[in-house]
Design a protein around this ligand. Structure first.
Ligand code: IPM
Ligand code: MG
Length: 355
C-alpha cells in the first residue's frame, strides 16, 4: 500500500506530521513518500503542482493531503497560485466524489454556535461533486461585454456546466451512501434560476428510480443554507454541485463546533482517494504548534476505510480520537472552561497512546 504524503502550506505541515505518527503506530505496512505541493512546491520549483508530485500522487493508492494557500501568493497569476495544486490533483486524478461528513461529537456539543439541542447527535454527509461545474467550465476569462447593462465595458465570466454522466455518477454515489445511513438524500440545486441546475434536478430524479428504498427531496440552495442552521438534523445525505458544495460544506462544518474536527475524502471511480481535513492552511496560526490535528487524523481513518480496505484500523483511530476527547484534551479551537488545553503534537501523541 503506497501513500503519497503531501503536507503543503501553513498548518498543513504540522497536522500531517501528527497523522503520519498515528499511521505509523498501527501495525500495518505502508510505503509513505512525501512531496511538496502548493506554495511550498512553488518556492522550490516554481509550480504549485510539479510533475514529480503529480506522478507520485497518480502512482499511490491514496494521498494524505494537508492544506495549501497563503495570502502572500494572492498576487501571483492564477495558474501559479497554491489552490491550483488541489484543483489540479482533483482534475488529473478524476476525484469527482467528495465526502464531507459533519458529525457533532457529544463531547463538543458546547463548542457549536448553535443551541445544543439543535446539533446534539448531528450526523450529516455532504456529497459534493468535485470536478465539474463553474470551477472547471470553459470558456472563462475577461473580455469586452457585448450586451447586458454596460455593452463595451470590460467584463469577466465563467461557465457553469454539467454533463449528464457527471450528474449521474455523483447521484449514484449519494444514493448508495444513503443506503448505508438513514436512507434520505437532499439534492441541492438552483433549478428556479439556472439551466444547469434544472438539468441537475431532472437527472438526479431519473437516477433515483434505481433507489426506491431511499427518500429523495429537492431543495434550492438558498433554502438549504437556511435549513442547515434552522434544523440541521433533518438532513442525512446532501448531494450538490461543486460550487454549492464548497459553500454548504463550510457552513455544515461550523455546526459541529469546529472545522478543525472534520475530515474529508475525494474519490475517483477506482477508489483511489485524496484525504484532507476540511479546513484550510490557516497561515495566521502556522508554525505555532496550536493547530488541531484531529481532522487530518480522522482523514487518515477515512483513507484506511475507503482506499486501503482497512476498516478495523479506521475504527481504531476513530475510537482513539473519541477517547482523547472524553479525557478532556482540547486544542485551542475546541477548548472550553474545564477542559485541558493541548498543542498539536500533544494531541497527536495522545491519539497514539489511546491506540
Ligand atoms: C475546498 C477549498 C477549495 C475549493 C479551494 C482551496 C480551491 O475551499 O476544498 O473547499 O474551493 O474547493
Ligand atoms: Mg471550500
Amino acid at each position: 500500500m503506497k501513500i503519497a504524503v503531501l503536507p503543503g502550506d501553513g498548518i498543513g505541515v504540522e497536522i500531517v506530521a501528527e497523522a503520519v505518527k498515528v499511521l505509523k503506530a498501527l501495525d500495518l505496512k505502508f510505503e509513505m513518500e512525501t512531496a511538496p505541493v502548493g506554495g511550498a512546491a512553488y518556492e522550490i520549483s516554481g509550480h504549485p503542482l510539479p510533475d514529480a508530485t503529480l506522478n507520485l500522487a497518480k502512482s499511490a493508492d491514496a494521498i494524505l493531503f494537508g492544506a495549501v494557500g497563503d495570502w502572500k501568493y494572492d498576487t501571483l497569476q492564477r495558474q501559479l497560485r497554491p489552490e491550483q495544486a488541489i484543483l489540479g490533483l482533483r482534475k488529473h486524478l478524476g476525484l469527482f466524489a467528495n465526502f464531507r461528513p459533519a458529525i457533532c461529537y457529544e463531547q463538543l456539543v458546547g463548542a457549536s454556535s448553535l443551541k445544543p439541542e439543535l446539533i446534539s447527535g448531528l450526523d450529516i454527509l455532504i456529497v459534493r461533486e468535485l470536478t465539474g461545474d463553474i470551477y472547471f467550465g470553459q470558456p472563462r476569462g475577461r473580455r469586452t461585454a457585448t450586451d447586458g447593462a454596460f455593452p463595451g465595458a470590460e467584463e469577466a465570466f465563467d461557465t457553469m456546466r454539467y454533463t449528464r454522466p457527471e450528474i449521474e455518477r455523483i447521484a449514484h454515489v449519494a444514493f448508495q451512501a444513503a443506503r448505508k445511513r438513514n436512507k434520505k438524500v437532499t439534492s441541492v440545486d438552483k433549478a428556479n434560476v439556472l439551466e444547469t441546475f434544472q438539468f441537475w434536478k431532472d437527472v438526479v430524479t431519473q437516477v433515483h428510480k434505481d433507489y426506491p428504498d431511499v427518500e429523495l427531496e429537492h431543495m434550492y440552495v438558498d433554502n438549504a443554507a437556511m435549513q442547515l442552521v434552522r434544523a440541521p438534523k433533518k438532513f442525512d445525505v446532501v448531494v450538490t454541485g461543486n460550487m454549492f458544495g464548497d459553500i454548504l460544506s463550510d457552513e455544515a462544518s461550523m455546526l459541529t463546533g469546529s472545522i478543525g474536527m472534520l475530515p474529508s475524502a475525494s474519490l475517483n471511480s477506482k477508489n483511489q482517494g485524496l484525504y484532507e481535513p476540511s479546513h484550510g492552511s490557516a497561515p495566521d496560526i502556522a508554525g505555532k504548534g496550536i493547530a488541531n490535528p484531529l481532522a487530518t487524523i480522522l482523514s487518515s481513518a477515512m483513507m484506511l476505510r475507503f482506499s486501503l480496505n482497512q476498516e478495523e484500523a479506521a475504527r481504531r483511530i476513530e475510537s482513539a480520537v473519541q477517547q482523547v476527547l472524553s479525557k478532556g484534551l482540547r486544542t485551542t479551537d475546541i477548548w472550553s472552561e474545564g477542559t485541558e488545553k493541548v498543542g498539536t503534537a500533544q494531541m497527536g501523541d495522545a491519539v497514539v497512546k489511546a491506540l
